[in-house]
Design a binder for this molecule. Structure first.
Ligand code: MRU
Length: 360
């Protein structure tokens, strides 16, 4: 299909409007947008990956909150906060790993609480405004990620990426793919290898599509080819996104990322994680505490296209994410810069320097 860019997710209209998002399950074969009008629509869109990728899920959480409470019949702020709690708890049950979901829901709750004892109509407008701010901030943050990350990609180098951490995984521009978009805009010559990313093929369906549309040279490989491609000396850097980063820098990302990090370590290829600070979970000391989503066995038995891939009743284990230990990570790129060789102290120092530690 032809290159087609629009907002991955956005709010249309006023408080009685809707959240419009790209139906990512159909890409790249069909480009279609869908409207979410209720919190149930949004829960479903997140669950089945119509909207996906940690930062985009954070934005979806904010818009979903508005959808959930805009028709609240509460007559005072206390009653409204009860309705808000019910909505955020409901949306929080959609997917467990990407911390941006919980970050978005918490931020909406904090804003409503901080507004104090004001009329309910005012609270609803305040939440709509906050959701739009979160959307706008994400767009800005992704461009900053791209700028910091592009400095790490040398002229003439090849990079490997896994899953999709592009414009489709954020409000716009991406995290790991922002590095490539920014380097391309700077006129750098480089090429990207994209892992297919079984079982849902975010790499082949979404990353290859986004990079091709941007005119960036991209070569698709199956996940099990990354080792061979590194051994042939074709990869100089790895850039991936993250769904949740623990306080010591251990980073959860799409299943298969850990294997890539092991291969990169073995072959001496620097491995970078690119993520906004909203993807850090400072309350979780290390990767062992990150919840890993388990998904429907049919995703593996049937594969993405729906045809039978395996005996229909074969046992399946389908963790959607894995955790890359911080020792494998050369640097984490945030909107503020690069945390080199991340560990608990360096992550904390980065947060302290940028005024992000609540307790200091
Ligand atoms: O299951 P998905 O498609 O939501 O998983 C997405 C990823 O793992 C991305 O790499 C991650 O969210 C970073 S997105 C900028």
């Amino acid at each position: 299909m032809t290159a087609q860019r629009t907002d991955t997710i956005r709010w249309v209209g006023d408080l009685d409007g809707r959240c419009r998002l790209v139906e990512q399950t159909l890409l790249p074969g069909e480009f279609k947008e869908i409207d979410c009008e209720t919190q149930e629509d949004m829960w479903d869109a997140i669950k089945r990956l119509a909207v996906r990728g940690a930062p985009a899920i954070g934005v979806a959480a904010a818009f979903g909150t508005v959808l959930g409470v805009r028709n609240s019949g509460a007559t005072d702020a206390a009653g409204f906060l009860d309705d808000l709690k019910a909505t955020t708890e409901y949306l929080a049950s959609s997917r467990p790993t990407a911390v941006n979901l919980f970050w978005g829901l918490d931020r909406m709750t904090r804003v409503a609480r901080a507004a104090g004892d004001v009329p309910v109509a005012q609270l609803k407008e305040r939440l709509l405004q906050e959701s739009k701010t979160i959307w706008e901030e994400d767009r800005d943050i992704c461009r900053r990620l791209g700028k910091h990350g592009a400095a790490l990609l040398g002229e003439g180098e090849n990079a490997l990426t896994h899953c999709n951490a592009g414009g489709l995984a954020t409000a716009d521009y991406g995290t790991a793919l922002a590095v490539f978009f920014a380097a391309h805009e700077q006129g750098k010559q480089f090429a990207v290898f994209a892992d297919e990313t079984r079982p849902l093929n975010q790499g082949s369906r979404l990353t290859a599509w986004e990079l091709q549309n941007a005119g960036i040279p991209v070569t698709l490989i199956c996940d099990n080819m990354a080792g061979q491609v590194m051994k042939e000396g074709r990869i100089q850097k790895v850039f991936v996104g993250a769904d949740r980063i623990a306080a010591n820098g251990d980073a959860a990302n799409k299943i298969g990322t850990y294997s890539v990090s092991v291969l990169a370590k073995h072959h001496g290829v620097p491995f970078y994680v690119v993520a906004p600070t909203s993807t850090f979970d400072m309350a979780t000391p290390d990767g062992a505490g990150i919840p890993i989503e388990q998904r429907d066995p049919e995703e593996i038995r049937r594969g993405y296209s729906g045809g039978l891939n395996a005996p229909a009743d074969v046992d399946v284990y389908n963790p959607a994410f894995d955790v890359t230990p911080h020792e494998h990570i050369a640097g984490i790129v945030t909107e503020f810069g690069v945390i080199e060789r991340p560990d608990t102290e360096r992550v904390r120092e980065h947060f302290r320097r940028h005024g992000l530690l609540a307790d200091e």
